[in-house]
Design a protein around this ligand. Structure first.
Ligand code: SF4
Length: 434
């Protein structure tokens, strides 16, 4: 069996250097993937794989034919005047496009996981602008890597291999010239990569803004003597950070969930982006940029597809088949019970949302399109099984640095399972003809 080079959809890094051996039916051997990636390939034959459509009868999920399940979905959607659609971060861009088309057709509200994650950064950047970079740039040029509220060692396991331990094309040296700064209130697994020159900043919870303010005022003034302590960080470490920001030739800040969801002040992201601008204006010889660390493999894709279709990256409300202004998000829609059915695609909303919200979500008819059993599966009214994108069907996805990556089909899906894109297309067609 000859090895084939494929991409991994285990996380938003979409590694393109995975070698697999397959007989066309199963993925037999996997080389180069991390444990998370291997788990993704193993999903094809895992015990929690959804292999049949289901409908809830007398409280239990029972297997039915796909045609019958689609008809039941169409019945629910036709009776609904306020449907919500949510998820769409673990499906292809083609499926995301169909999801938005469906929402438009049924006057629904559609949101992706990005709305409670990195969509917030993209939104904020509309006011401030954002100096983005790519993983290739980081590998080839970066000498300062700042991980802010991001435990990449566990969430995007091979990022450090590629970004930190690699030898860049334009540099004769690798890890030895790269400095890492980790800013986190928790000593995560990522702190394990720290070397003597690196700086670990165990910031007090919720004090990110305090640190950003200090850096905005003081950065690029190398002789600044910081006060005793800021946000729980001692003055020696603050001084070392200022020296790094002043001297870096090519720095990058990886923006993680920890700072995006710092709810104490909604201006944190805006102020962080302003800090990057200030550094770039004041810094004489170098450049600072950012990368947003989404978790799901195509979270960035939904933002791209929605922006290109309707000019807004998430929280899309349609009325009379037109996009209308709304300040709602999926959270407010569920919290205010402003919906009468939900279509959840490729996400375990019931586990991810707080109990109060997931309880409200499950109080109305719930249609699930997914390939693995989850808490949402166990409470869904109708379940439509989908092929695993990047393994059982192809499609486009956007990497965490917003670079488009084409995904391939490696093996056939089991039974008559079809892709998310096909399921959504059949729902749209079914609504036209019934
Ligand atoms: S880092 Fe992400 S994309 Fe790369 S192998 Fe691991 S799970 Fe797959």
């Amino acid at each position: 069996m000859v090895g084939k080079r494929v991409k991994c959809t285990g996380c938003s890094l979409l590694c393109d250097d995975i070698i697999i051996k397959s007989d066309g039916l199963y993925v037999d051997e996997i080389y180069g993937a991390c444990l998370k990636g291997k788990e993704r390939f193993d999903q094809v034959v895992s015990k929690n794989r959804i292999l049949s459509p289901y409908v809830r009868k007398n409280g239990d999920l029972v297997k039915i034919q796909l045609k019958e399940a689609l008809n039941k979905c169409i019945e629910i959607i036709k009776k609904s005047s306020k449907p919500i659609l949510y998820g769409f971060s673990t499906v292809s861009c083609q499926a995301q496009l169909k999801g938005i088309e469906l929402a438009k057709k049924i006057d629904g509200f559609i949101d992706s996981n990005s709305t409670i994650c990195l969509g917030k950064v993209l939104n904020t950047s509309k006011q401030t602008g954002m100096a983005l970079t790519t993983i290739s740039e980081v590998i080839n040029k970066t000498d300062l890597l700042i991980f802010w509220g991001a435990n990449v060692a566990e969430s995007i396991p091979r990022l450090l291999n590629k970004a930190l331990f690699s030898r860049g094309k334009f540099r004769m040296t690798g890890r030895e010239i790269k400095t890492v700064i980790i800013i986190d209130p928790v000593k995560t697994a990522s702190f394990g990569v720290m070397g003597v020159r690196d700086i670990s900043l165990k910031i007090e919870p919720g004090k990110d803004l305090e640190l950003i303010h200090f850096l905005k005022e003081q950065c690029c003034a190398p002789n600044t003597i910081p006060p005793k302590e800021i946000a729980g960080i001692d003055s020696d470490d603050l001084r070392r950070v200022l020296i790094q920001l002043t001297n870096t030739e090519n720095g990058v800040i990886f923006i993680g969930q920890g700072i995006v969801n710092s709810t104490l002040n909604s201006n944190v992201i805006q102020e962080l982006l302003e800090l990057v601008q200030i550094i770039n204006i004041k810094q004489q010889k170098g450049r600072m940029s950012v990368i947003m660390l989404g978790g799901h493999y195509n979270m960035a894709g939904f933002d791209q597809v929605a922006l290109s279709m309707v000019g807004k990256n998430h929280s899309l409300q349609f009325d009379n088949n037109q996009l209308v202004e709304t300040s709602d998000t999926i959270i407010s829609k569920i919290n205010n019970e402003d919906f009468d059915c939900s279509i959840i695609v490729g996400t375990d909303a019931v586990s991810h949302l707080p109990w109060k919200l997931s309880n409200k979500l499950t109080s109305k008819p719930l249609i699930l399109i997914d390939n693995k059993k989850s808490a949402t599966f166990s409470v869904a009214d109708i379940v439509l099984p989908s092929a695993i994108t990047g393994i059982e069907c192809g499609g486009l996805a956007y990497r965490l640095d917003h670079v488009p990556i084409e995904l391939d089909k490696i093996v056939n899906p089991p039974g008559n399972i079809i892709s998310d894109e096909e399921i959504l297309s059949q729902l749209i067609e079914g609504l036209k003809t019934t």
